[in-house]
Design a protein around this ligand. Structure first.
Ligand code: ADP
Ligand code: GN1
Ligand code: MG
Length: 370
């Protein structure tokens, strides 16, 4: 894992960007698992101007230049769509701030890559759903995000993390981690490993249909976690979809599924008490309703029919990623305590098992709403 940024590194990075005003304060910010995020507060002649500074995770994002090209192009496109629809592009999508030499990233002498976004003020992020209305808004926002990008030329996007949601390939990575077992942890988690192995047949359901041309490839967000949406403090409406690092060609079911995994679960992703983890069917229904509205008729009937499978596979896939990371020594997802990745894997598997129990009900909800 990369060294924590020193004050000198942060100074260097801040100075590279064209910020308005004089920097007053910089503090670590947010709960992301991947990048190092800081809030910058500047004094611009008595007016406060805030920014988000991020050091991109280099071990995960191998090609930060291409990544930032994706982010800059997609946000420029979204800004146009939002303006044309009468919205406020500075609040409804990210604005990339350039460096003094006109780049959308800064590479420091240690080859760390940094970027700055305008801070979208007077907003909040949810780690857990507090009421159905918020989840409905989230669903509309993620559905609309896909719709807004439906005419974006997908083949011009760089694949920032190859095979990101290719579940069969994630399964192979997981098996390799079990076989390598570098820390001797596999014997401690045999029942979790068995749970994952028993579901191999599910792993290729969606990718097979994509390869046969039965599911369409779309521009998708690919990381539709609840805390990747900013809500407006004033209206409590879902305002902006953030964390665009993984915007790539993908399946609509990935975006649907990942949001169910985080938003329709009754407990936290790293909850230790598994009795608190289940699929909230009423929230599932709320999200289906909102997502279909946001996509506004753009999903095919097969995509709609497979929504429950999207939810199950994204939850399963995240579970095997957490478990593999636990086995190899927690090198990918940030952890703040011992066994956190194992606890995360366990919640995902508990949620998968609960979805399997509620499968008919999930399918009935989708049928009723489509
Ligand atoms: P990670 O990939 O590590 O999850 P994110 O890009 O999601 O990083 O950022 C982490 C957190 O920082 C978000 O959950 C959100 O709270 C906050 N954040 C990121 N960008 C902005 C922004 N432009 N305005 C306000 N808050 C932001
Ligand atoms: C990571 O960046 P963040 O925290 O929103 C991860 C997702 C996982 C998620 C699990 C680039 O998301 O794929 O689903 O953690 N992002 C990347 O919480 O790997
Ligand atoms: Mg995030």
């Amino acid at each position: 894992m990369a060294q924590i940024p020193t004050p000198e590194m942060l100074d260097d990075a801040v100075n590279a960007f064209c910020l308005q005003g004089i920097l007053k304060e910089r503090t670590p910010y947010g709960n992301g698992h991947i990048n190092d995020t800081f809030l910058l507060t500047c004094d611009d002649g008595g007016r406060e101007q805030k920014y988000i500074l991020q050091r991109m995770n280099r071990s995960i994002f191998r090609d930060p230049v291409s990544l930032m090209e994706n982010v800059a192009n997609v946000t420029a496109y979204l800004r146009k769509v939002i303006s044309e629809g009468g919205g406020d592009p500075d609040r409804e999508t990210l604005r990339v701030i350039k460096t003094g030499d006109g780049k959308n990233y800064f590479e420091d002498s240690l080859h760390n890559f940094w970027r700055v976004f305008l801070f979208i003020d007077d907003t909040f992020c949810l780690e857990k759903i507090e009421n159905a209305r918020d989840f409905y808004d989230c669903a509309v926002a993620f559905g609309s995000f896909q719709r807004q990008l439906s005419d974006y030329p997908a083949d011009t996007l760089h694949e920032t993390i190859p095979l990101f949601h290719h579940t069969p390939s994630r399964f192979q990575d997981f098996k390799k981690a079990v076989e390598a077992d570098p820390l001797g942890r596999a014997s401690l988690v045999q029942s979790e490993i068995d749970f994952a192995l028993a579901r191999e047949a599910d792993t290729h359901v969606l990718t097979d249909l994509l390869e046969k041309g039965e599911l369409p490839l779309r521009v998708t967000h690919n990381d539709t976690k609840l805390n990747n949406i900013l809500f407006d403090n004033a209206t409590r409406k879902a305002l902006c979809v953030i964390d665009l690092d993984t915007v790539m060609p993908g399946l609509s079911l990935y975006d649907f599924g990942d949001a169910i995994r985080t938003g329709a679960c009754t407990g936290a992703e790293d909850e230790r008490d598994l009795s608190k983890i289940e699929l909230d069917l009423s929230l599932f229904e709320t999200f289906v309703r909102g997502f279909l509205e946001g996509c506004a008729g753009s999903l095919t009937s097969l995509e709609i029919e497979l929504l429950p499978m999207g939810a199950k596979l994204m939850t399963y896939e995240c579970g095997i990623r957490f478990l593999a990371d636990f086995l190899v020594g927690d090198t990918y997802f940030k952890t703040h305590r011992e066994n956190q990745n194992l606890d995360r894997a366990r919640t995902q598997f508990k949620l998968v098992a609960d979805m399997e129990k509620k499968w008919t009900k999930m399918a009935d909800i989708v049928k009723r709403l489509s």
